[in-house]
Design a protein around this ligand. Structure first.
Ligand SMILES: Nc1nc2c(ncn2[C@@H]2O[C@H](COP(=O)(O)OP(=O)(O)OP(=O)(O)O)[C@@H](O)[C@H]2O)c(=O)[nH]1
Ligand SMILES: [Mg+2]
Length: 430
């Protein structure tokens, strides 16, 4: 980064909402805006919101409110105003002229967070592409001048110096980046083909930003990946092998952690992160990690599900993981119920990634879900003939109990394996 960045830039958040929007929803949006601004290194000193329909075409915000913001900003020596609403080019210019400080919108803010996170070549190219796609329709005749914005939030990125160029240069740069990204995808496809010959399923973690995907990745792999309460800590995808010897000795899967989602994700980011998202499309199973402690979790879950649906991922390939269960008042009761096969609800898994709880249940659920043809069976065998370890190699042992002098074992297995066992050992299978 070439520019001098102000430490903890003083920011004001401004937003205009449809009067129909409920107060809790507005509260959630504003809290997320605060977190996003902080994730870009900003210090939020005040938040102003207004219900107004339609929004003002010139300034978005109504005349009384805008004056209030200006007075506050001057008094508090704010350095920037961050709008929740997408701003048109003209609105942005009008507002900047009025406030006489930097004005950025949410898309630009998110792009800025991404720009500060990008580490790998691919990540940097993707972020630069998103920034250029955002800027292109906003270019005026003279080209956009970021120096006008004075550096700091909203101006950072791998392509920072190039962003001051004209439309033609930007278009050229976009096509160069696209070609480079295509090459990266090509080599990844080669690696994937190679992997297909080795039948280890790939499981991807997806979910709203900050749901705890990386914390779960660490719990499963022991890998020290970046984890933080700030948004979008993960940008570069990582993949590691997970052994699940406690369920089946010789069995393993690959787990991948990737960039998170957010409501109203900027289209520019979707376009640029296509390659990363394709990894998700191509995986065998998707773990949708949900932060169940968040009051807004149902809406967030739906947002992510809509994205997955757009990517043509069918619900059968998705497993719902309810994370941060440790923050729920009935945590212990939930975990105890889940451990009891009689009460466990197999369509959802509760975990606490941070406390390493529910991880075995999760592995079991993954194993079971991946082998879609697994069904429950009961083996009834004379006790001395039982070799539990060998059964565990091809089946998930759910429960064991004695009935009529025989050991009954409830298992989950494919019909094929169950029949093989029956052929070899006889015994009684329900
Ligand atoms: N209480 C509690 N906090 C958790 C749990 N899992 C994750 N967290 C916290 O939630 C925050 C986000 O965790 P991450 O693992 O970085 O979340 P992520 O989904 O990878 O988020 P991004 O990569 O930023 O999109 C961190 O502050 C974690 O410590 C959990 O099980 N319980
Ligand atoms: Mg992460």
């Amino acid at each position: 980064m070439t520019r001098q960045e102000p430490q903890h830039e003083k920011c004001i958040i401004a937003a205009v909402f449809d009067p129909q929007k409920s107060d809790p929803e507005i509260q959630g949006i504003l809290e997320e805006m605060k977190l996003l601004t902080e994730s870009a290194g900003g210090n939020v000193i005040e938040t102003f919101s207004q219900k107004k329909h339609p929004p003002d075409s010139r300034y978005l915000i109504g005349s009384g409110k805008i004056e209030e913001i200006k007075n506050f900003a001057r008094e508090a020596e704010a350095q920037s105003i961050v709008f929740y609403n997408p701003l048109s080019n003209t609105q942005q210019r009008n507002l900047e002229q009025y406030f006489e400080i930097k004005v950025i919108d949410r898309t630009r803010l998110i792009l800025d967070v991404f720009a500060t996170r990008a580490r790998s070549l691919e990540g940097k190219l993707q972020v630069e592409l998103a920034q250029l796609l955002y800027l292109l329709p906003r270019l005026t005749g003279k080209g956009i001048s970021l120096s006008r914005l004075g550096g700091g939030i909203g101006t950072r990125g791998p392509g920072e110096t190039k962003l001051e160029a004209d439309r033609r240069t930007i278009k050229k740069r976009i096509s160069i980046i696209r070609k480079k990204l295509d090459k990266i995808i090509e080599s990844r496809d080669m690696r994937r083909k190679h992997r297909k010959s080795n039948p280890v399923p790939v499981v991807s973690l997806v979910g709203y930003t900050s749901a705890g995907k990386s914390t779960l990745f660490r719990a499963l792999t022991g890998e020290e990946v970046p984890i933080s309460s700030m948004l979008f800590s993960t940008l570069d995808p990582v993949m590691r092998r997970v052994e699940i010897q406690e369920i089946r000795e010789d069995y393993a899967f690959l787990i991948s952690d990737t960039v998170g989602f957010i409501r109203e994700m900027p289209e520019e980011l979707f376009q640029s992160f296509k390659a990363t998202l394709e990894e998700v499309i191509n995986s065998d199973l998707i773990l949708h990690v949900i932060d169940i402690s968040n009051p807004d979790y149902l809406n967030r879950k739906e947002d992510v599900e809509n994205v997955l649906e757009e990517m043509n991922i069918t619900p059968e390939r998705i497993l719902h993981i309810y994370n941060k269960a440790d923050l729920l008042p009935d945590y212990e009761a939930i975990m105890a119920r889940q451990d009891d096969p009689e009460f466990a609800d197999e369509s959802r898994v509760y975990i606490s990634a941070i406390e390493n709880r529910g991880i075995t249940q999760l592995k079991k659920a993954i194993y079971k879900k991946y082998f879609k043809d697994f069904r429950p069976y009961t083996l009834a065998i004379p006790p001395k003939e039982v070799n539990l370890d060998s059964i565990k190699k091809w089946a998930i042992v759910v429960k064991q109990y004695y009935l009529d002098g025989r050991l009954n074992i409830d298992i989950l297995s494919s019909k094929e394996n169950m029949l093989k066992f029956k052929e070899k050992h006889g015994g009684y299978v329900k």
